[in-house]
Design a binder for this molecule. Structure first.
Ligand code: HEC
Length: 176
């Protein structure tokens, strides 16, 4: 039987795909430790996340009923320990996550309101970013989005309030 170039190309390509997709995970060459540093899997996941918004994130903008001050309250209790705030450092342990929780008030500048809403509501697979949809209405989540959009102008009083909230959390005093 004569194999044409294209048939060979197809069979070769398919075998490579099956090997990379189904066999490699059983061999285990990809280091999954949080201390391993970023690799191709992180690039793959992040690139896929950014392009998945057009399929899954809502188009809408922050509705007028959303309350940024209610969002601030939620941010303090649910997000601050990982993401911090301008002038307020997050908990030490969050900086040992891979990927690290970014400063969301700058990292999402080019994102649409709907993209931020979608990520808060649904979380991000394999990153440690939880979904906050349990127990929170869409209106409350839009309030957090509204607060994130205002965070760059955070006043000194709120920064102090955030800092003392973090200092007061029990696991702050972890000793060796
Ligand atoms: C346990 C730590 C943790 C908590 C708590 C947490 N996050 Fe995250 N968050 C992460 C991690 C990790 C990422 C993923 C970063 C990445 O993909 O590079 C992330 C990503 C995000 C992103 C996408 C930003 C970007 O630039 O990729 C947004 C927006 C976000 N979080 C908002 C929130 C909000 C709002 C809350 C609170 C309701 C919250 N997060 C609570 C860890 C956390």
């Amino acid at each position: 039987m004569k194999f044409s170039f294209w048939k060979g190309f197809l069979v070769g390509g398919l075998s490579l795909l099956i090997f990379a997709g189904l066999v490699v995970p059983y061999i285990g060459p990809f280091n999954m430790a949080a201390t391993a540093g970023k690799g191709i899997l992180d690039w793959w996941g992040n690139t896929n996340l950014m392009h998945s918004f057009k399929w899954y994130a809502p188009d809408g903008r922050i509705p007028s009923t959303a309350s940024a001050s209610q969002g601030q309250h939620h941010f303090k209790e649910m997000c601050l320990r990982c993401h911090g705030a301008p002038g307020v450092a997050p908990k030490d342990w969050s900086q040992n996550m891979l990927p690290k929780p970014p400063p969301v008030w700058t990292s999402t500048k080019t994102w649409s309101d709907g993209d931020i809403f979608y990520v808060i509501k649904n979380g991000i697979k394999m990153t440690g970013m939880p979904s906050w949809k349990e127990g929170h209405t869409d209106k409350e989540i839009w309030g957090i989005v509204a607060f994130i959009r205002e965070m760059e102008k955070l006043d000194e009083e709120t920064k102090k309030e955030f800092q003392s909230y973090l200092n007061g959390q029990k696991n702050q005093g972890h000793q060796h």
